[in-house]
Design a protein around this ligand. Structure first.
Ligand SMILES: [Zn+2]
Length: 283
């Protein structure tokens, strides 16, 4: 899928969401499936696993148009990765600013940038290659707890976040931080989830006809629909299992559309109850 404008959803009442893929990168397959034995997941990825045992991960962002403002959800990896790291992560494709422009959106028109959390593959696009703000007018929204943990000196935290980059955007970015569940604009809310990271949040967009939910890295790929299938990157896996169970139950009961954070081929769908878990049905 190259043309991100194919994935536009009308939620009603003047609210629309367009999926914008800000390139792709590669993650170790075993780490993406965490505690799940390979015997159970191997068949799901037979055709996509590469010789280095990695899976292709899309950097899915959403551009949400509402009568009260324009919201970008997630920013991908961005333009500032050193060549060596770029190669190591298998990062390819258009970063967010170029991807938005190709889809016909002007980065300067964004009012709010909302991120599920601040890992490198979600917060990397806040700055242009030259260090200028990529979204000069925007308020940057993450949970305050996420800013706090992102700059912690625990060595595992240091490895999950790009702290030198986050320090560059901290003054601008943390000024827009929120504490807990918050309605940012009419119809656009964030719900703290924790789990994947301490201050991780879900983003819910409600139009007059439909609701679209973005669960960040608690809903990366179709198989994330099983609340117990959490990645090895989740810092608080028991919290992930619990909060996924609660949110997915609401999503299934109310028929929410779901946008997955890293699914390259079928990023939008719905959750359907399936035995003691859920199933992701693409639309
Ligand atoms: Zn991610």
């Amino acid at each position: 899928m190259n043309d991100s404008s194919d994935w536009s959803v009308d939620l009603g009442g003047g609210t629309r969401a367009a999926l914008i893929q800000a390139g792709t990168f590669r993650s170790d397959a075993g780490a993406l499936f965490g505690p799940v034995p390979r015997l159970l997941w191997d068949r799901l990825v037979t055709n996509e696993i590469d010789p280095e045992n990695r899976l292709l991960q899309a950097l899915n962002c959403l551009l949400v148009e509402t009568p009260s403002g324009r919201v970008l959800i997630e920013t991908g990896i961005g333009e500032r990765l050193p060549d060596k790291t770029r190669e190591m992560r298998g990062y390819e494709g258009k970063p967010i600013v170029a991807a938005m422009e190709s889809a016909g959106f002007e980065p300067g028109s964004v009012d709010l940038v909302v991120m599920s959390h601040l890992h490198f593959d979600h917060a990397g696009g806040l700055l242009r290659a030259d260090g200028q703000k990529a979204f000069p007018r925007a308020r940057i929204v993450a949970q305050r707890a996420e800013w706090d943990i992102a700059l912690d000196d625990n060595s595992r935290i240091v490895a999950s976040y790009d702290q030198p980059e986050l320090r560059l955007v901290h003054g601008w970015g943390s000024g827009g931080a929120v504490d807990g569940q918050t309605e940012l604009l009419p119809g656009v809310s964030v719900i703290p989830t924790g789990g994947h990271s301490k201050g991780h949040q879900a983003i819910i967009v409600r139009g007059t006809n439909r609701t679209l939910a973005f669960f960040g890295d608690l809903g990366m790929r179709p198989w994330s629909a099983n609340p117990r299938w959490v990645t090895a990157f989740d810092d608080f896996p028991l919290d992930s299992v619990e909060v996924k169970g609660e949110l997915f139950a609401r999503a299934a009961a109310d028929g929410w559309l779901i946008a997955l954070s890293h699914e390259p081929v079928t990023p939008i769908g719905r959750l359907t109850p399936d035995r003691d878990r859920y199933r992701f049905d693409p639309i």
